[in-house]
Design a protein around this ligand. Sequence first.
Ligand code: AMP
Length: 465
Amino acid sequence: MTDLHKSFADLGLREEILAAIAEAGYTEPTPIQAQAIPRILERRDVLGVAQTGTGKTASFTLPMLQILAAGRSRARMPRSLILSPTRELATQTARNFEIYGKNLKLTMALLIGGVGMGDQERVLEKGVDVLIATPGRLLDWFERGKVLLGGVEILVIDEADRMLDMGFIPDVERIVGLLLRRQQTLLFSATMPKEVRRLADKFLRDPVTIEVAPPERKAELVEDVFVPTEPQKKRDILLRLIESRQVGTAMIFCNTKREVAGLTRFLARRGLDARDIHGDLDQPVRQATLDAFGRGEVRYLVATDVAARGLDIADMPVVINFDVPHTPDDYVHRIGRTGRAGRKGRAFTLITAADARAVAAIERQTGRRIPRLELDPATAGARPDVAAEESPRRDRKRTPKRSEAPRSEAARSERPARGRGTSGRRKPAGERPAPAEPVVAFGEHVPRFLLRPAPLRVPAKAGVE
Ligand code: AMP
């Protein structure tokens, strides 16, 4: 039997872990899990070329739990260390350990910026089996003598390419130099730039390389289109897109924190349940936003790439790139937030003439011309220039009424608004209609001044800044 056809039970995991996996609802291992778990249990070093969404976190947490369950922790000396580039990824990884390790008596500490650390200090003092940390915060604690790294036997470097983007490689190298008893190293990265390759060559001993789900394969599940527009029309086009494509829930990416904040305010003023998430927000604020999103109280999450990295939101039906990402890799990462777990997702990218170069680079990397969807913020109908833009899943038998945009399967699967329309729109008292709405309601003969954005109050609940 090849690794790929094995069940979790075939991988050599113990009963307590299998029970927790079953409770999490996983019926079979993902390809990276099937390949990595047996090798990690054999105590081999692993180079995992895989991105978020492939099940990579469980591919190292499950075997680590099993290995760690066989030993005991010592005061202030963690036995394993997971380095994560962001607080969110670190938090998600900690959740994974909690879920899969619920039937084992292992201890864990989380060292990240932005959260009260008193209780973590107490846990560390007693000794932990697993320490999950961002590099800067860990070095800070090490320098203050609050944690000793000499007992770490298993090291995981997660999302190494993102560590590189964020300038953490020197910190990571320094930390690895402190791990005098390191026996096993696992390095995960979605891409393999030269610097990450160098790190892998330096720190991994005779590693097993496991590569899964190259971006091209993942992208098949995502129906992505470009929406040409002009810089000053982007916000209205976004509203038009949300209305005409029935986008009830989405992650909206901008390239800067400033744009994230401004766009969130704009959407909130238009009565949309939008919330921002960027690197400067405190951890409790970010977590509260994610929790609100999980409960369906927030429908549009506006984020930068850095802030979004590592957010474990498995069922994002739509991704909108308000700004074209700087690199094709970022594009693949962003649209990889949708189309997960075998479900079709949709991705829209607003493009302007100034983005021509980035657009060409994306099309070169993905190896295909991405269909264009022409939307006019001031007219009723959207005019797709290619039939491919409209999914074949759509019901074509009946011509929908103007006020009733056809709905794709992806739109149907989006969480319905609580007591609101499918587009998640909520009108604060006194709000005048947003630009997109008169278009739908009155047709094309609305005087332009009625379509102008009106000065509106920010609804109290929107909670931006
Ligand atoms: P990751 O790639 O680690 O970010 O995982 C992506 C998502 O897949 C997470 O929401 C996991 O809970 C979920 N997941 C991980 N392993 C499995 C599995 N074997 N079956 C189903 N879902 C899984």
